[in-house]
Ligand binder design. Structure first.
Ligand code: FES
Length: 131
């Protein structure tokens, strides 16, 4: 069996939503101290809905695939749904990741949460972490 699913390879080779939103409403940046990979998420939010999202990931293929899939999963979604996005949902949508690569999907969850928190902080809104 191949180490990576076709879905992972597709999102790694053709990542969706790569880039920067200059006037983003929320920005989240997280890193993994062990592998050194960094992920940054930019959100555009209107009426509590994610109208646009972009990412920059300096990291491994699984991190790039996870960010690409995570951005696809939250695009056009209300913030309540975005806050509930877990790394397991990202892994499931990618048709799985090898066990030693699960932490790459955690970065995507954390970066999105950090971006939503940034938006809430800037707008004086409560942030409950979706849990
Ligand atoms: Fe660390 Fe993938 S190896 S994010």
């Amino acid at each position: 069996m191949a180490l990576y699913s076709e879905m992972v390879m597709d999102h790694f080779l053709h990542p969706r939503n790569v880039g920067v939103i200059e006037d983003a409403d929320g920005v989240g940046e997280v890193g993994n101290a062990v592998c050194g990979d960094i992920m940054k998420i930019y959100l555009k939010i209107r009426d509590n809905v994610v109208t646009d999202v972009k990412f920059e990931t300096f990291g491994c293929g699984s991190a790039i695939a996870s960010s690409s899939m995570a951005t696809e999963l939250i695009k056009g979604k209300p913030l309540d749904d975005v806050l509930k996005l877990t790394n397991q949902a990202v892994v499931q949508a990618l048709d799985g990741l090898p066990a030693h690569k699960l932490h790459c999907s955690v970065l995507a969850e954390e970066a999105i949460q950090a971006a939503v928190k940034d938006y809430c902080d800037k707008n004086g809104l409560p942030y409950n972490g979706g849990r």
